[in-house]
Design a protein around this ligand. Structure first.
Ligand code: PGA
Length: 248
């Protein structure tokens, strides 16, 4: 059985000193308890990739980034290419996080192009989809997340089978308000059906949005929840270790 992917999303947090402290605590916990049924990953700010690559070497925890340019190189001030991420041993990159869609105007087309650029460099894109509270209340959840996924599937074609998809309801991100296991499973089942139609039924489906040490086990127990994308709780070693241990 494939491992449960537990990916931390540090967002714009950390410092050289804080990262090292957090890592040493995580490493000590992992040395004691192992990762069991989980594949752990940390998606860190780009400037800390070099530091974390060195600290995490040989640990079995995968290194991830939080964004990637859709372009290969050139006059794109401030952007980081997939090849640059590859230089630092990056294995996963988050694309289409709702914070980037919201604050940076990333469209479905941009998200799809970023996923394509990542895969072309041998990096697994963690493609985020999710509805706002307004959209959920209007009964639009399935059409919104379905549309976001469809845009990516159309561009990736058969390569979609090498991606990871994260369902992150916008109303649950950083709010302490988590989707219930049943709500998560309902959306995951529809994403699974859509992936199956595209020949990518085995794509791991992560849940994200206020996943924490207390609720991880019940979310991860759902048949179509294959892991988690964890923001706030990934910044606390004890909590992240508990989520890793919740993977069965
Ligand atoms: P959260 O963030 O766990 O802090 O809600 C999840 C995410 O945005 O990836």
């Amino acid at each position: 059985m494939p491992k449960t992917l537990i990916a931390g999303n540090w967002k714009m947090n950390g410092s050289l000193a804080a990262n090292e402290r957090l890592w040493l605590e995580l490493a000590a916990g992992l040395a004691a308890g192992g990762t069991g049924a989980a594949q752990a990953a940390l998606c860190v700010p780009a400037v800390y990739l070099e530091q974390m690559q060195a600290l995490m070497a040989q640990s079995g925890v995968a290194l991830g980034a939080q964004d990637v340019s859709a372009q290969a190189s050139g006059a794109y001030t401030g952007e980081v290419s997939a090849a640059m991420l590859q230089d630092f041993g990056v294995q996963y990159v988050i694309v289409g996080h709702s914070e980037r869609r919201q604050y940076h105007g990333e469209t479905d087309a941009v998200v799809a192009a970023k996923a394509r650029a990542a895969l072309d460099a041998g990096i697994v894109p963690i493609v985020c989809v999710g509805e706002t509270l307004e959209q959920r209340e209007a009964g639009e959840t399935a059409s919104v997340v379905g549309g976001q996924l469809a845009a990516v599937l159309a561009v990736l074609g058969a390569d979609a089978a090498r991606a990871v998809v994260a369902y992150e309801p916008v109303w649950a991100i950083g709010t302490g308000r988590t989707a219930s296991p049943e709500q998560a499973q309902e959306v995951h089942a529809s994403l699974r059906a859509q992936l199956a139609e595209a020949g990518a039924q085995d794509v791991p489906l992560l849940y994200g949005g206020s996943m924490n040490a207390a609720n991880a086990a019940s979310l991860l127990a759902q048949p179509d929840v294959n892991g988690g994308l964890i923001g706030g709780a990934s910044l606390k070693a004890a909590d992240f270790l508990k989520i890793i241990a919740s993977a069965q």
